[in-house]
Design a protein around this ligand. Structure first.
Ligand SMILES: [Zn+2]
Ligand SMILES: [Zn+2]
Length: 302
């Protein structure tokens, strides 16, 4: 059965539970944003320099615009493609009639492995880095940074995932549960908090604040490490796992986007179109020459 034929036959059946799924997807980030915002207010890890509220409004405005566009472009297509793949028994998960819970978990693990590869590619492929660097150019990482991605990155990621659904044979519930896990983990590990010694135990399983702080470092060897999204095992397997013994010494952001103008909403949206796509460490993408102190705020560690 083609996707078009499936859509015609089944679309009416999705109208009753689809709003509940969408509601759940929208509620979880809001609850986590408020929870970690309060935690960051009471026990911040870094005393961040800039206007915290303006920083949050900018990041969340971009996130809301993204959510609207991605929801319209990919929401229905994702649901229909996964239903079509499952009902037609297409994809790796349908090669055997194994234990249902096992297949469900296998789908989540395969999705997480793909997200690790996708994130790694974002750091390796110049075109992808152009979009992804907007996430890294945030000099004051906090819980709102979890939502700060360029629309271009979302569009490419969602398009590839749409193709991945029939390859793996993912059900819509696997996608929804995985998205919930991503939202929970990413809000946790971007938050400007520390869980102290518990970080050590938690990072045996999931990506923690101490791990992801290293990924947002200005120092490129640290930026190009810790690519995992939910499960930390991928970085251990790929030998890209890295820790910093003194997380307080980490400076966030990118030297080439040190100018404050890249932090406005317009500046963020223009980030992919500045300079070269390759990594320009210790250079600057601005057309106008900048003061040397602004360019080299951070001295590379040996
Ligand atoms: Zn990254
Ligand atoms: Zn991040």
């Amino acid at each position: 059965m083609t996707i078009a034929a499936f859509a015609t036959e089944h679309f009416a059946n999705h109208t009753d539970w689809l709003p509940r799924v969408v509601g759940l997807r929208l509620t979880l980030p809001l609850v986590l944003l408020v929870t970690f915002w309060i935690w960051e207010t009471l026990r911040p890890f870094f005393q961040l320099q800039r206007n915290r509220h303006r920083h949050a409004v900018r990041n969340l405005t971009v996130a809301l615009m993204n959510a609207a566009v991605i929801g319209l472009l990919f929401g229905t297509a994702t649901v229909l493609t996964s239903h079509w793949a499952v009902e037609s028994r297409i994809g790796l998960l349908h090669l055997t009639d194994g234990f249902a819970v096992g297949r469900f978990a296998a789908g989540l693990i395969l999705l997480d492995a793909w997200m690790f590869v996708w994130h790694w590619l974002n750091h390796r492929v110049p075109l992808l880095w152009r979009f992804h660097r907007m996430h890294h150019s945030d000099p004051d990482m906090d819980v709102t940074t979890a939502t700060r991605f360029h629309l271009g990155e979302h569009v490419i990621s969602a398009s590839l995932r749409l193709m991945l659904i029939p390859v793996i044979g993912l059900s819509v519930w696997q996608i929804v549960v995985y998205e919930m896990a991503v939202i929970a983990t990413t809000h946790f590990h971007h938050a400007n908090i520390s869980v102290g010694r518990a970080d050590r135990w938690l990072r045996c399983l999931v990506v923690t604040p101490d791990m992801h702080k290293v990924h947002h470092s200005r120092w490129q060897p640290e930026t190009d490490s810790n690519f995992a999204v939910v499960l930390s095992i991928w970085d251990r397997l790929a030998q890209t796992f890295r820790l910093n013994s003194d997380p307080h010494s980490i400076a966030f952001g990118l030297d080439e986007f040190a100018n404050e103008r890249w932090q406005s909403i317009g500046g963020m949206l223009r980030t992919p179109f500045a300079g070269k796509g390759s990594r320009q460490r210790f250079g600057n993408v601005d057309d106008e020459p900048q003061s040397q102190s602004e360019v080299s705020e951070v001295t590379p560690r040996p």
